[in-house]
Every structure is written in C-alpha cells, then in structure tokens.
Design a protein around this ligand. Structure first.
Ligand code: ADE
Ligand code: ZN
Length: 321
C-alpha cells in the first residue's frame, strides 16, 4: 500500500460535477449550462476555456460551509486512496466573486481539514493563491489578506491563472510581502509558458518550488540548475496530457526530469476536470515508467520534504510511511 501526498491541487477544481450541481441546487444558484457536457462531465476545449469552465463551476461554492464541504469531500476521496497529506490552493478571488470574505473562505477550508482529519486521519494545509490574469493589484490585495490574518494551516502563497499574461516581476511586491512574513511561495511556471517563464520566476520571485515546471525539459541548462538547487517541481502529468501538452504518460517528461536529478513530485491539479485523481496519477506514472513500489514511496518522502508545513508535521507524516 503506497502512501501518497500531493502539493498542487486547486480546491475549487476538486469539486466534482455532482458536488457542483448539489451546491448550486442548495444555493438556488443557476449554473451556466455550458459548464457541463452531455455526459455530465465538465465541458471545456483548450486551456483558456478550461479556466473559464473552472470559474463557472467555482461559482457554485457560495458560503463558508460550502468551502468546508468541498474540502471535506476532496480529502475524504484522497484518504480512500491512501493519501496522507494534501497541500491545496485556495483562491480568495474566486470566493470574493460570489461575496465570500477572505476569513469565511479560510474558516470553511480549515473546518473541512479538521473534520477530515477527525474522520479519516488525513492531514491538509493551504496555499493561498492569486490569479495571474487578474493582475498585480489583485495579487497584492490577496497577499495582504494572507499576512493580515495569519493562520497555522496557511503555509504558503502561490499564483495560478494564465501564464501568458503579465510578467513574474509584476507580482514581486505580492510575493515579497508574504515571503517577508515568513511564508513559502510557489508559482505556476513552465506549464503553458516555456523555460523562460521558469527562469523569470526564479529571477524575480522568492519561490521555494515551481508549479508544473515541466517545460524546463526544453532547456538542458535550466534542468541542470533545477536539479542542482533541488527546487521541487509540482508535476501534474494527467493535467498536462488533458490540456494537450503531451500525448501520453509515456511521452511526459516526468522520468527525464527525475533521471536528470530533479526533485519531482506528483499532483492532480484539478482532478475532475482532467478525469483523474492523485491515486490514478501515482498508478499511471508508475506503470508508464516501470517504477517499483519503493520508488513510488520515495517520491512520497521527497514530496513531504518539499511540503511547506512545519518539520514536526513532516516527521509525523513520514512515520506513517
Ligand atoms: N487554475 C486552476 N488550474 C490551473 C492550472 N492548471 N494552471 C493555471 N491555473 C490554474
Ligand atoms: Zn495548477
């Protein structure tokens, strides 16, 4: 039984179509019919359309208790796949779009983490994210919320959204603010942007990890640097395949990056959008590259080392493996 951990999953993006429909019905909220395909799954075509679909589904989450329910439901599914730790991205900008305050969104998520620990023994922590295509001002506002209302479960700050818009240096004030407050940071880079997007992130932002980072594979000297500095890569193979970056797990650069000495981790990103789960990601990566159980278990240990939680929790988690 392989114990698993993940560091890169967007909380709003964990809600299944069934849960999204249920929350919308409970809230009397009308969902845009284009959110779903005829088979009931989320409908989107390309990356930008995925981001729009994500926003439409996220709009069903309308209250503190909805955030609790989404968190609890996801951690429950994870626990059933022997996942012991999840670092999830939360997005106060999505909460604000439906009138939920920073504090309520946070209180809902932390209640979901507490309830899931009580019921399933799984542990969770939060990385609060800003949305890149909403611009630097909004990012700074999110960063200020983070530092003004510290919470022991909020262990980091990150940025998702459309990598093609703005430049990492535009977000330096936001990242520096949380970094100076003692929080770790990560940025989506090298998913739809090329290697230069990763280089720009490393140059301008105080990051400890890279979200995706997979397209570093296009630049051998960057791969060498990432390996030498042991900067963890939050790789999400199934997500990359779904959004059309690679054609199969076998063709995904996961193994090449691992063989080059990079610190690789496995995550599911937005599981129901990409017809995956963290358990499936582990399984498919192991099968594609012929990894042994020991190799997979070592990936989990490395993942825990790369987590943003404190050392005491890391030791507790490792003792479960
Ligand atoms: N927001 C949710 N999922 C994302 C992804 N895969 N890349 C960038 N932003 C996201
Ligand atoms: Zn992501």
């Amino acid at each position: 039984m392989i114990k698993k951990a993940e560091l890169h999953v967007h909380l709003e993006g964990t809600a299944t179509p069934a849960l999204v429909r249920k929350l919308a019905a409970n809230n009397g909220a009308e969902l845009d019919p284009s959110t779903f395909a005829s088979d009931g799954e989320f409908r989107w075509t390309d990356f930008w359309d995925f981001l729009k679909c994500y926003d439409k589904a996220a709009a069903a989450i309308r209250s503190k208790d909805d955030y609790r329910a989404v968190t609890y439901d996801y951690l429950k599914r994870c626990a059933s796949e022997d996942v012991i730790y999840v670092e999830t991205f939360s997005s106060p900008d999505h909460a604000a779009q439906v009138g939920i305050s920073y504090q309520d969104h946070l209180d809902g998520i932390t209640a979901g983490i507490d309830d899931a620990r009580r019921d399933f023994g799984i542990e969770g922590r939060i990385i609060v994210t800003c949305v890149r295509h909403l611009g630097a001002e909004k990012a700074l506002a999110v960063a200020k919320s983070v530092v003004n209302a510290p919470h022991p479960y909020v262990v980091g700050f990150g940025m998702g959204g459309d990598e093609a818009q703005f430049h990492p240096k535009d977000f330096a004030p936001a990242f520096n603010l949380v970094h100076q407050a003692g929080l770790a940071t990560t940025n989506h880079a090298g998913e739809f942007g090329g290697p230069e997007s990763i280089r720009d992130t490393l140059e301008h932002l105080p990051v400890q990890r890279i979200g995706h980072g997979v397209r570093s594979i296009e630049d051998a000297s960057l791969v060498e640097e990432l390996a030498e500095r042991q900067i963890p890569l939050e790789l999400c193979p199934g997500s990359n395949i779904s959004t059309g970056l690679y054609t199969s797990y076998e063709n995904h650069p996961f193994n090449k990056l691992k063989e080059a000495g990079c610190l690789v981790t496995i995550s599911s990103d937005d599981p129901p959008f990409f017809a995956t789960s963290i358990g499936k990601e582990y399984e498919k990566v192991a099968r594609a590259f012929g990894y042994s159980e020991e190799t997979m278990q070592q990936i989990t240990r490395n993942t825990i080392d790369a987590a943003f939680c404190n050392d005491e929790l890391k030791e507790q988690l490792k003792s479960k493996i």
